[in-house]
Design a protein around this ligand. Structure first.
Ligand SMILES: *[C@@H]1O[C@H](CO)[C@@H](O)[C@H](O)[C@H]1NC(C)=O
Ligand SMILES: *[C@@H]1O[C@H](CO)[C@@H](O)[C@H](O)[C@H]1NC(C)=O
Ligand SMILES: *[C@@H]1O[C@H](CO)[C@@H](O)[C@H](O)[C@H]1NC(C)=O
Ligand SMILES: *[C@@H]1O[C@H](CO)[C@@H](O)[C@H](O)[C@H]1NC(C)=O
Ligand SMILES: *[C@@H]1O[C@H](CO)[C@@H](O)[C@H](O)[C@H]1NC(C)=O
Ligand SMILES: *[C@@H]1O[C@H](CO)[C@@H](O)[C@H](O)[C@H]1NC(C)=O
Ligand SMILES: *[C@@H]1O[C@H](CO)[C@@H](O)[C@H](O)[C@H]1NC(C)=O
Ligand SMILES: *[C@@H]1O[C@H](CO)[C@@H](O)[C@H](O)[C@H]1NC(C)=O
Ligand SMILES: *[C@@H]1O[C@H](CO)[C@@H](O)[C@H](O)[C@H]1NC(C)=O
Length: 642
């Protein structure tokens, strides 16, 4: 029988709150007038994951973080609720600490869902697993429901003249996602300033405008217990960090500009990977996870999990918590990133709705599962209760509207409309939609259409994206069509080129990055993530997790080469995209480098199980916006010498 927690707001919340104000670490002060109501309030947080209330019978959309920010009331409620959750006593199962702690460290037992013998130090999450997309879905809903309940309560504190308006905004509140694969508005980074721009933020709450610690910038443990992160330097840092420096310093400073620059340089790579996943991964087994199982095919090396891993490693930027599986969920970016992964999963489900979870052996153990156990649509997604006695299963989470949320990219949309959105959002670096691009109208995120307050941004995005095709953030206006395209009875087609990578996930007992460059590479690995001649990197998301043994778990991923080659073709550096010309060009030009997330350079021949194969496929381009490109057989051309 599951215990149902009742979340009582302890008086100590406000005392510790007040004390924290002495330091830079600061939450929102609701004021003495409200404390009485706050302290008496006893709202029911439950370990049962349910559906959020519909509004006018409709599930509400999770918005992109930049869109949410334009909604004044919802944005302030979001910041206040994040801050609230982060200041909630770590003894509460609904604190930031414990909800994040379900994923990996500290290997806690949550909701009395006991570990299997020997698995007590491992988190509940499923990685390298057929359950990767489905397990994270109810996990996000548990977080969303916790936030939602806090939002409703905070909204009730506004004075009568504002109460209706704020409560109306609160009813529609859903957690935002951060789209790391879409071209940002002109002049902005892929990595939003609201996340990494400042450690403090002004928030407008029921007790006026106040400056508080930005809950998206970091999570500060309250208190910090170094033994949950047994290894240095994490055992010294009492808050989450991104690209921190100097490492040995307990006060190491995050460098979010470094993280932002890295995301900007990786946009072409992430966009190509995502587009290829939608277009050429109709089988859920291949799409869902990076396990070697079922991946022995040149056309199926990538997966949403592998792309998600790369975002983790770049987001951590060196020693950051986000780059280590077991620590990542404490960084506030985690839930924004995973909401985007869930949205991509939802979009993929519309496009390929006939393929789903099939029985597959678990590659790694989790808190409640042993390595080798068969996972299928009936596997309980622990610790997420559907009622007092049972857990959600992959079969039950297939339709996201079950939970009362949706995304504007899938809500009320036909398959053709979802495909059209994919073609609009994710082809800035692909020739696939070049002939469709001339007559485009709105190119913004669908959720901006939901929000009527954004005409300016929409036109900004439109002018930003009306370019023909971009590479390294420069528009290509004169693509030599005869070099790139060929026309036959099947239509117009071109060649995709990809580096297929396989490697053992725990080969280096740490997360690491595999980089590909065209031309010279400086020795200093700290510059690699933002070099102009970077083609892409594949992040292997691991960490100092002793429970994961190196002998198991080969994983796969890709670094697309097409947009880089396209640019070389424009500049005349490569004669054509035919295999002879490309092989002759790439063999001397393509440079492989490997570094641990902390920057330590590793020689490729020290990496167990590493193999990189350059593969190609003919791709027939779509003739209408509601079609995806059609891939031919993906054939290996040559292997990189390791
Ligand atoms: C908060 O508001 C104050 C007063 O308007 C302003 O000086 C400060 O720059 C703002 N801080 C942030 C982080 O926006
Ligand atoms: C710190 O965490 C360790 C490991 O989870 C635990 O055994 C210990 O009791 C904790 N210490 C405190 C003071 O909470
Ligand atoms: C976090 O650690 C730093 C460095 O030891 C210290 O200055 C700071 O006061 C700590 N913050 C909290 C909230 O404990
Ligand atoms: C932070 O990163 C930026 C961009 O890479 C770099 O220019 C800057 O020197 C870094 N700052 C510190 C303090 O390391
Ligand atoms: C999907 O891929 C898996 C693993 O390769 C395979 O067993 C299964 O038959 C495929 N499903 C379909 C519908 O092709
Ligand atoms: C992968 O394919 C190769 C060649 O087709 C074959 O020799 C090998 O046994 C396959 N490996 C696995 C794990 O299926
Ligand atoms: C999949 O989509 C097709 C066409 O959009 C629809 O006819 C079919 O019912 C869908 N199948 C499922 C299982 O949702
Ligand atoms: C709990 O949910 C399961 C799965 O939907 C169902 O079979 C069971 O009857 C439910 N139990 C109760 C007590 O509602
Ligand atoms: C879906 O359509 C319904 C009915 O027209 C509408 O009320 C709802 O707002 C739409 N949902 C979204 C997210 O656009």
């Amino acid at each position: 029988m599951a215990s149902i927690y009742t979340f009582v707001l302890f008086v100590s919340f406000f005392f510790s709150h007040g004390l924290a104000n002495i330091h830079s670490n600061k939450g929102y002060d609701y004021g003495h007038r409200m404390n009485l109501r706050v302290n008496k309030r006893d709202f029911g947080q439950s370990s049962i994951v349910g559906s959020l209330p519909l509004v006018d019978g409709q599930p509400q959309p999770r918005l992109e973080i930049r869109t949410l920010q334009k909604n004044h009331d919802q944005w302030n409620l979001y910041i206040l609720a994040l801050s609230w959750m982060q200041y909630t006593s770590q003894d509460s199962p609904f604190s930031w600490y414990q909800i994040a702690g379900i994923h990996g460290a500290p290997g806690q037992t949550w909701g009395n869902v006991a570990p299997l013998p020997g698995n007590d130090n491992i988190g509940y999450c499923h990685h390298v697993s057929i359950l990767f997309p489905t397990w994270h879905r109810p996990y996000l809903v548990l977080y969303e429901q916790t936030m939602y309940n806090i939002v409703q309560f905070i909204a009730s504190l506004w004075p009568p003249e504002d109460l209706d308006r704020v409560q109306e905004a609160a009813k529609r509140f859903r957690i935002p996602y951060w789209d790391w694969a879409v071209a940002p508005p002109a002049g902005e980074s892929v990595f939003p300033l609201s996340i990494g721009g400042s450690s403090v933020v002004n928030v407008s709450g029921p007790n006026g405008i106040q400056s508080v610690s930005n809950p998206l910038f970091s999570f500060a443990f309250k208190p910090f217990n170094g033994s949950i992160f047994p290894d240095s330097p994490y055992n010294k840092w009492n808050e989450t960090k991104r690209a921190p420096y100097p490492i040995s310093d307990p006060n190491a400073i995050s460098n979010n500009s470094f993280v932002a620059a890295s995301f900007d340089k990786h946009l072409p790579s992430y966009q190509q990977r995502l587009y290829n996943l939608f277009a050429n991964y109709p089988n859920y087994t291949h799409f869902s996870n990076e396990g070697w199982i079922g991946q022995n095919n040149s056309g199926t090396f990538d997966s949403i999990e592998s792309l998600h891993d790369s975002v983790h490693t770049i987001g951590g930027g060196g020693w950051g918590h986000l780059a280590i599986i077991a620590y990542s969920a404490f960084d506030p970016v985690f839930f924004l990133h995973h909401a985007n992964v869930d949205r991509i999963f939802a979009m993929w489900q519309v496009v390929h709705n006939d393929s789903y979870v099939v029985p597959t052996a678990a590659v790694y153990a989790s808190h409640t599962q042993n390595q080798g156990d068969i996972e299928d649509i009936w596997t309980p997604l622990k610790p997420f209760f559907v009622n007092d006695t049972s857990f959600w299963t992959s079969g039950m989470v297939r339709d996201l509207e079950t939970f009362g949320y949706t995304y504007a990219d899938v809500a009320n949309k036909t398959r053709g409309e979802v495909v059209a959105a994919i073609n609009r959002l994710y082809t800035d670096y692909s020739p696939a939609t070049i002939t469709l691009r001339s007559n485009q109208h709105s190119l913004s995120h669908a959720d901006q259409e939901v929000d009527d307050q954004t005409p300016k941004t929409r036109s900004q995005q439109h002018s930003h994206k009306s370019r023909v095709m971009a590479w390294r953030h420069e528009p290509i206006s004169h693509l030599p069509m005869n070099v790139v395209f060929q026309v036959d009875s099947k239509g117009k087609s071109y060649r995709e080129w990809i580096a297929n990578i396989e490697v053992k996930k725990h080969a280096l007992k740490s997360s690491f990055l595999i980089y590909l460059f065209l031309g010279d590479v400086p020795d200093d690995s700290s510059s690699w993530q933002s070099l102009d001649n970077l083609v892409g990197s594949l992040g292997i998301f691991a960490g100092p997790d002793r429970s994961m043994r190196a002998e198991h778990g080969k994983v796969t991923g890709t670094i697309p080469l097409t947009s880089a080659l396209m640019r070389m073709a424009v500049d005349g550096d490569v004669q054509s995209l035919a295999p002879e010309d490309v092989e002759q060009f790439l063999k001397p030009a393509l440079q492989l480098r490997i570094a641990l997330v902390d920057g330590t350079v590793v020689s490729a021949n020290e990496v167990d199980g590493l193999r990189i194969s350059i593969v190609t496929s003919m791709v027939t381009i779509p003739t209408t916006e509601d079609q995806l490109p059609r891939w031919g057989e993906v054939k290996p051309i040559f292997d990189l010498v390791i």
